[in-house]
Design a protein around this ligand. Sequence first.
Ligand code: ZN
Length: 204
Amino acid sequence: MVKNIHWLGHDTFRITGEKVVYTDPFRITKADTADIIIITHAHYDHCSPEDVKKLQGPDTIIVAPADCAAKLQGEIKSVRPGDRLNVSGVQIEVVPAYNTNKQFHIKDMNWVGYIFTISGERIYLAGDTDYIPEMKTFRADIALLPVSGTYVMTAHEAAQAALDINPKIAIPMHYGSIVGSIDDAMKFAEKLKGKIKVEILPQQ
Ligand SMILES: [Zn+2]
C-alpha cells in the first residue's frame, strides 16, 4: 500500500512528504492546512473556492489554470500545459488534459494534469481527461487516473492509459461522488491484473 497518499473522494488526495499537497480539494470535512494545492480545471467539483479556503494557511501556494485561479485568493501560480515549475522545492510538470470523444473538457480550455515529485516519486494526477496520445510520453511512478466514464475515461480506456504510462502503481479516482462507482475501479483493476499493480484506496 502507498502510505503517503490518502484519497478523500473524487479527485481529492492528501499527499504527504516534504510538503503536504492537496489535489482538487472538494467537500473537505477535516481541518488541515496544505502547503501546496494543485487544481486541474475550473469545474466546480475540482476548483472549489470554499474548499480551497478551508485548507489555506498564510504560506499555502495554489497551482491552477488561469480560469480557476481567477476564482481564488492568496498566493496563486497560474499554469498551462507544458509549464514546469518548482513550488517550495516540489518539482511540478504541467501536462495536457482533455476530451477526445466528448465535449466537456475541450483542448482549447488549456486545462491540465500534473506530474509532481514527492519523496522521490513522480506522481501523475490526470485531471478530467480522456485517453490522449501525450500519455505515451508521460513517466510516472504512481498514476492517479479517472475511471468513471461520462466526463472522462472509462475504466477500459483508463487501463489502456495505464499501460502506456506504465507506472509502478495505478490508483483509480473520479468515482463514488459525482459519477461512477466502485465497480469502475474494480473493472480497471481487473483489466490490469498481472500487468500493473492497482491500489483501490479507501475513501477517508
Ligand atoms: Zn471537469
